[in-house]
Design a protein around this ligand. Structure first.
Ligand code: URA
Length: 236
């Protein structure tokens, strides 16, 4: 249950003060009945709330695609360093968004932020094997033998055997595309290092059905489309 003025303000269309005024002016209907008080509680999943006869466009959760730039932390707050939340406007920060998984500080690319804990949990669950696609620039080229090693499962320096991963060689092999179905700490960097090649730059292009919108420059963001939200929800 949510206070009516809070619910109206959460759409981003009205401030709390404007929402109270709408109620006072009799312009808000809850299940067809004019709302009497802005403090009244409503259940947004069960009740229909209209303003001037129109749907208020309330969404229980917010989903944001960010093109994370290199140099920014995948965290909600940090006393010293800029975080991905600092790239969002205050009204979105107030919704309590958090990044779904982490990219290293020097990694750029697709980062999903949401306040939907259930979805985040599902996407990050090690049992789900949601695939992630990265593009990396390397200091030494990888080749066919490395592609086979990725397909068999790379053995990391700490003894962990990675799941089978795809390695696509681009050009001379210093540019590669890697598809992972797990997300261990520094995984791409450690996998290429295990084959004698260091990552110079790294970008995430895709996570499950969600593809980085190339119209977004590093640091820019947009809300997910309803189709993108639906596709993520189907990733169960
Ligand atoms: N693998 C890495 O090494 N770093 C990232 O940020 C993501 C995957």
């Amino acid at each position: 249950m949510e206070r009516l003025d809070k619910l109206l303000a959460a759409t981003g269309r009205w401030s709390r003060r404007e929402a109270k005024a709408l109620v006072r002016e009799g312009r808000v209907l809850v299940d067809g009945v004019p709302a009497l008080r802005a403090e009244d509680k409503v259940d947004p999943d069960r009740s229909t709330v209209l303003v001037d006869g129109g749907d208020i466009g309330y969404a229980r959760h917010v989903y944001v695609m960010l093109h994370k730039p290199a140099g920014v932390l995948s965290a909600t707050e940090d006393p010293r360093q800029e975080t991905v939340l600092d790239l969002l406007p205050p009204e979105l920060k107030k919704r309590g968004l958090f990044p779904v998984g982490r990219l290293d500080k020097d990694t750029e690319g697709l980062l999903l932020l949401t306040d939907d804990g259930d979805l985040a949990h599902r996407l990050l669950s090690p049992k789900k094997h949601v695939d992630k696609v990265y593009q990396a620039r390397l200091d030494r080229p990888l080749g066919e033998a490395d592609r086979d090693a990725f397909a068999r499962g790379i053995l990391l320096e700490d003894g962990y055997r990675c799941m089978a991963a795809e390695l696509e060689l681009l050009g001379d092999g210093t540019e590669v595309r890697i598809v992972l179905r797990e997300g261990k700490f520094h995984q791409v960097k450690r996998m290429t290092a295990a084959r004698g090649s260091q990552v110079l730059s790294l970008k995430r292009l895709r996570m499950g059905p969600l593809v980085l919108d190339e119209a977004l420059a590093p640091g820019q963001w947009r809300r997910l489309t309803p189709a993108e939200v639906q596709a993520l929800g189907e990733e169960r």
